[in-house]
Design a protein around this ligand. Sequence first.
Ligand code: TRP
Length: 334
Amino acid sequence: MIDGKKVLFSGMQATGNLTLGNYLGALKNWVTLSDEYECFYSVVDLHSITVRQDPAELRKRARNLLTLYIAAGLDPEKNCLYYQSHVSGHAELSWILNCFTYMGELNRMTQFKDKSAKHADNINAGLFTYPVLMAADILLYQADVVPVGKDQLQHLEITRDIAQRFNAIYGDVFTIPEPYVGKAGARIMSLQDPAKKMSKSDENPNASIYLMDDPDTVIRKFKRAVTDSVGEIRYCEEQPGIHNLIDIYCACTGKTPEETEREFAGKGYGDFKLAVGETVAGVLKPVQDRYAALQNDKAYIDGIIKNNAEKAGYYANKTLRKVQKKVGFPERIR
Ligand code: TRP
């Protein structure tokens, strides 16, 4: 608890261009959580180097992502928006937690298996212990809740196991975090293959809407979205493409699938796709405008980066000192 509020932690990697899926599935919901929780939203650059990165590019993307957090509506006075690499406690706690994590547990992680298949020439130890660093992120702030996508649930599970194991030995050191599964936390699928999640690393540019796509591009991609030959706008599993478009429309408008079915009853796919495209373009426009304005205000963003790193560091150190004492590291002499 911080100031009587429960603590929330989440983070994103600054790799690839964020998609509409990241926005509707995560960022947009983060904004609504910031009144209820004391929120830490990190740009997790330590995680990014588990695969090879171009240094200048990584730095640029990290800054863009932090700027985008603000452009999406996260108030940096209320939410702690910071770079993971600016708070050394993440790496320090991660080391300690490594010593409380079993090889067998890490071997079971499906993301490790996927990523090592994808980067067979660089299966490094960091990739293997990635979930331990993630556990350190969360436990460092004594987070009560962690909003994550389905693909990260296994990492949250191991975080809880590590925390419980540590607490069983040393007493109540860590808060045991719960996943935050928001109300129908929109899971947005690829526009070209509605069986696949919309992904920032998709090779087909028509599969994903990027947050910085201009209105014409957005509308063009929706016009090309894969649907079916049924010809009716119905929210059902037999029509996964239309299902996805309805989900997107509802996430943007706040309407229900039933209302959407009624609104477009008797209309063709062309009309519906255009409506979804225009709606999405309309949702992205203000975010893009704020983003452009923020990018011109270097001093403002620098100030946020500095202040929030200090704030995060303060809370991180509180936990880290406690943990160091518990495991038997000597007191600092002052
Ligand atoms: N691994 C997460 C992802 O790729 C990002 C992440 C790192 C994270 N640390 C975290 C998410 C802590 C939630 C909490 O999506």
